[in-house]
Design a protein around this ligand. Structure first.
Ligand SMILES: O=P(O)(O)OC[C@H]1O[C@](O)(CO)[C@@H](O)[C@@H]1O
Length: 490
C-alpha cells in the first residue's frame, strides 16, 4: 500500500500524497539514502544531548553549540527555565492596562518569528481595537525590519496621534501615553534595527510629557570582549534585558526570549506554544522515517531537489494570518541551506529557493507559473482544518444562479475546495506538492509546525552535508557596508 500521510496524535498531519510515489520521489529513492538518513538522525540525537553539530563554527571560526532543540523543554538548567518563563509573563502582565503601545524593533530572526506570533494571535485589526477588546494588552507595532524612511516617520506620527487622542479623552487620573520599545538584536548593532530605534526613540522622547517612553533590550548578554553594543547601552541606561541565548541563531530563536517577549506582550499562550514544539520534537525522535515528520519532510524535499531538480519550495498557507509563517520560513530555509561549500570545504552551491505564497490570493497571481512554468518546484500547502469563526455563504441573490449555487457552503469549505483543486491540478501534471494540516490555528499547533520546519532544515543540512547554522554569505555585503556608510555620512 502506498504511504500518503503522517498523522500525529494531536491531529497534525503531513500529507505527502503528491510528493511520494509513482513519478514523484520513490520508495527506491528513499531506500537509497537509508544510511545517510540514519546518520542524520544520529546527528540530531547528538545535537540534542550535547549541542554539537559536526563542522559548525561561529562567525569567528570557533566551534559553537547548537541549542535550539533544548528550547521547548522548560527546565531549571535550560535556556528556557520556569523562572525565565515566569519573568516573561510578568513582563507581559506589567504592560496590561498600563502601556498603550509596544514597538518591537528587529530584523530577520529578531522580527520574523515575532510577526508570526502577532499575526496568529492578534490578526489584522488588533491595533484598531479598543483596550478592552485587547484584554488590556497594548497595541503592537513593528519597526526595524526595514530602514524605510516613510514607514518610520508614519509610525512616529501614528504614535503621536494616538498620544494626542489619549490626552483629549483623558480623565483626571489618566497618565500620559506610554510606549514600550522592545529592541531585539542578537549582535546588538544591526544597522536596520538600531537606526530605526534611535529615530523613533528620539522622536517620541521629544514628545514628553505627552509620550512616556520605556525600553527593553533583547540581546546576547555575554560580558567581556564580546559584549554587544546594545547590552552595554542597556546596562548604562538601566533598561531591563532579556536574552538571545548563545547557541541559538536568529532564525531558530522564536522559541527563545526573542519570540516569547512578543508572546508575553500580547497574551499569546507561551506554554501551549512550547508544548506543541516539544510534542513535535518528541515525534521526531523516532528512528522510523515514516513516523518522524522532520526526517520525512527533509528527505522528500532533499530528494525532490537533488534527484528531480525541484529546488524551489513555494510555501503556501491557505490563511492570511499564516502568510508570515511563509516569510519566516524564507529566512530559515535560505540562510540555513543556501551554502557555497559543504562541510569539507568543497563548492556545492546547495540550497532550495523559498517563495512566499498565500492561498487563495496567489492562485490568482502565481499559480499560472506553478502549473505551467518550469517543473522545478515543490508547492508546500498549509491547511487549517477547523476555523474558530467560519461564516456560511448566505443566499443573498437567489436569482443569480452561480452565486446561489455556492450559498450554504462555509467559507472554509470554499477555501479548502480551492486548495484541493490546486493540489490535484498540480498532481495531474506530475508537479510535486504536499500539505501540512493544522487541526486548528492555535498556539500548540503553531508550535508543532514551526518546530517541524526548524528541525527539518537541520536534517537537510546533514543530508546535504552543509552547515545549516552559519550564514557566511551575509558577511560579504556587511564588509562593504561599513565603508559605504562612511562615504555617505555628512
Ligand atoms: O539579531 P541581529 O543580530 O540584529 O540579526 C538580525 C538578522 O541578521 C542576520 O544576521 C543576517 O544579516 C540574521 O541571521 C539575523 O537573524
Amino acid at each position: 500500500m502506498e504511504r500518503t500521510h503522517l498523522v500525529l496524535s494531536s491531529g497534525f498531519t503531513f500529507d505527502y500524497t503528491n510528493l511520494y510515489g509513482q513519478g514523484l520521489v520513490t520508495q527506491t529513492d528513499v531506500a537509497a539514502i537509508g544510511e545517510r538518513l540514519m546518520a542524520a538522525h544520529q546527528a540530531m540525537e547528538h545535537m540534542r544531548s550535547t549541542g554539537e553539530i559536526r563542522g559548525h563554527l561561529s562567525k569567528d571560526g570557533a566551534p559553537e553549540k547548537v541549542l535550539f532543540s533544548q528550547l521547548p523543554y522548560v527546565q531549571a538548567d535550560h535556556l528556557n527555565s520556569p523562572a525565565s518563563i515566569a519573568r516573561l509573563k510578568e513582563f507581559g502582565q506589567s504592560l496590561r492596562n498600563k502601556v498603550d503601545a509596544v514597538v518591537s524593533f528587529g530584523i530577520g530572526g529578531s522580527y520574523l518569528g515575532n510577526k508570526v506570533l502577532f499575526d496568529v494571535h492578534c490578526g489584522e485589526f488588533w491595533n484598531s481595537r479598543g483596550a478592552e477588546e485587547r484584554q488590556g494588552y497594548p497595541r503592537l507595532y513593528f519597526s526595524g525590519n526595514n530602514i524605510d524612511p516613510r514607514r518610520t516617520v508614519e509610525l512616529i506620527e501614528q504614535i503621536k496621534y494616538e498620544a494626542r487622542l489619549k490626552a483629549v479623552h483623558a480623565g483626571p487620573h489618566d497618565g500620559a501615553y506610554r510606549a514600550q520599545l522592545v529592541v531585539i538584536s542578537k549582535s546588538g548593532s544591526t544597522l536596520d534595527t538600531m537606526s530605526t530605534f534611535m529615530a523613533v526613540y528620539d522622536a517620541l522622547r521629544r514628545e514628553t510629557p505627552a509620550v512616556e517612553v520605556q525600553v527593553v533590550a533583547v540581546t546576547d548578554l555575554a560580558e567581556g570582549a564580546g559584549e554587544t553594543l546594545l547590552h552595554k547601552l542597556a546596562a548604562e541606561q538601566g533598561w531591563p534585558m532579556f536574552s538571545v541565548p548563545d547557541g541559538v541563531g536568529g532564525r531558530f530563536s522564536i522559541f527563545s526570549e526573542v519570540g516569547l517577549v512578543t508572546a508575553a506582550c500580547i497574551g499569546f499562550d507561551i506554554d501551549a506554544f512550547l508544548a506543541g514544539a516539544r510534542a513535535m520534537d518528541e515525534a521526531c525522535r523516532q528512528e522510523d522515517i515514516w513516523r518522524n515528520p522532520a526526517m520525512l519532510n527533509a528527505a522528500l524535499k532533499y530528494l525532490a531537489a537533488e534527484k528531480y531538480g525541484q529546488d524551489i519550495e513555494v510555501f503556501m498557507p491557505y490563511a492570511d494570518n499564516l502568510k508570515s509563517v511563509a516569510e519566516w520560513y524564507v529566512q530559515l530555509l535560505a540562510e540555513s541551506l543556501g551554502k557555497r561549500t559543504d562541510r569539507a570545504g568543497r563548492e556545492v552551491f546547495y540550497g532550495r529557493t523559498p517563495i512566499v505564497a498565500v492561498g487563495t490570493t496567489d492562485m490568482h497571481a502565481q499559480t499560472q507559473q506553478h502549473q505551467d512554468g518550469r517543473k522545478d518546484k515543490v508547492v508546500q500547502f498549509v491547511k487549517v482544518a477547523a476555523w474558530e469563526n467560519d461564516p456560511v455563504i448566505p443566499d443573498v441573490f437567489p436569482s443569480a444562479g452561480k452565486l446561489s449555487e455556492i450559498s450554504g457552503l462555509r467559507l472554509s469549505q470554499a477555501l479548502d475546495a480551492a486548495r484541493e483543486a490546486n493540489a490535484a491540478a498540480l498532481r495531474s501534471d506530475g508537479r510535486f506538492n504536499a500539505t501540512f494540516v493544522l487541526p486548528e490555528m492555535t498556539a500548540y499547533h503553531l508550535g508543532e509546525l514551526l518546530y517541524l520546519l526548524a528541525l527539518s532544515v537541520a536534517y537537510e543540512g546533514e543530508l546535504a552535508d552543509v552547515d545549516a547554522f552559519d550564514q557566511p554569505g551575509v558577511e560579504a555585503y556587511k564588509r562593504l557596508l561599513g565603508p559605504m556608510l562612511k562615504q555617505h555620512s555628512p
